[in-house]
Write a protein that binds this ligand. Structure first.
Ligand SMILES: [Zn+2]
Length: 219
């Protein structure tokens, strides 16, 4: 806890003072660029990853970046999504899974959840992910590859759940919101985004590559 308290002192002394106008401006309200949905895992820092400032990301986090389909659970997820889309008018929703996800490992090894009834219940909203892996990925026997596939498939499953939320469905119909499926590999810093036309996750590359060098290889 000491580290956290010392962090507050450092924040107030160094960070807040250097960005005081930004922080004071936040009192006017918020107009975030995106709703960012990701796992509660401590190894993910959405603002650091996207280099965004306070006020720019509306963040929803839980174990496994899971979104219960609308109507199955009137919880914080539904309320957060509804507020972000209907009130804040976010134009983009990013649903970001990640490498080495403990929740996804739990999906693959449900026997380890015997003493975690709340986790087990929560993971029932990823039942489709589990079934997709079980029925379609028999050829993947290597645990790391199996986990990666689970993380990716779960992002796609949860995006489908996201579409069941009326505020999202209506905004999609008006073409006022775009959904993005990401996987963040924290050990390399790389982010992969689902490309519907390719049917697979592709690396997100910076757009700042000079146009005169179109043949630069992917880093
Ligand atoms: Zn996770």
């Amino acid at each position: 806890m000491q580290k956290l308290v010392e962090g507050i002192h450092q924040f107030q002394k160094d960070i807040f003072s250097s960005k005081q106008r930004l922080f004071e401006g936040l009192i006017e309200g918020q107009a975030p660029l995106a709703l960012f949905i990701t796992c509660a895992d401590s190894r993910i820092d959405p603002s650091l990853l996207t280099q965004t400032e306070p006020g720019e990301l509306f963040i929803l986090r839980n174990a496994g970046n899971i979104i219960p389909p609308f109507g199955q659970m009137n919880g914080g997820e539904a309320a957060t999504i509804e507020y972000a889309v209907s009130v804040l008018g976010v134009k983009d929703i990013v649903l970001c899974g990640h490498s080495h996800c403990g929740a996804m490992t739990g999906l693959l090894e449900p026997d380890n959840l015997d003493d975690l009834p709340a986790v087990r219940g929560w993971l029932s909203y990823a039942e489709a992910t589990q079934r997709i892996i079980r029925e379609n990925y028999e050829h993947l026997t290597e645990p790391a590859a199996r986990l990666t596939a689970t993380v990716e498939e779960n992002v796609l499953v949860q995006l489908e759940h996201l579409r069941t939320h009326p505020s999202v469905a209506a905004a999609l119909a008006r073409k006022e919101v775009t959904l993005h499926g990401w996987v963040y590999k924290f050990e390399t810093g790389r982010v992969f985004t689902f490309d519907p036309s390719a049917g697979q996750f592709q690396p997100v590359e910076g757009t700042a590559v000079p146009s005169s060098s179109p043949d630069l290889p992917a880093i």
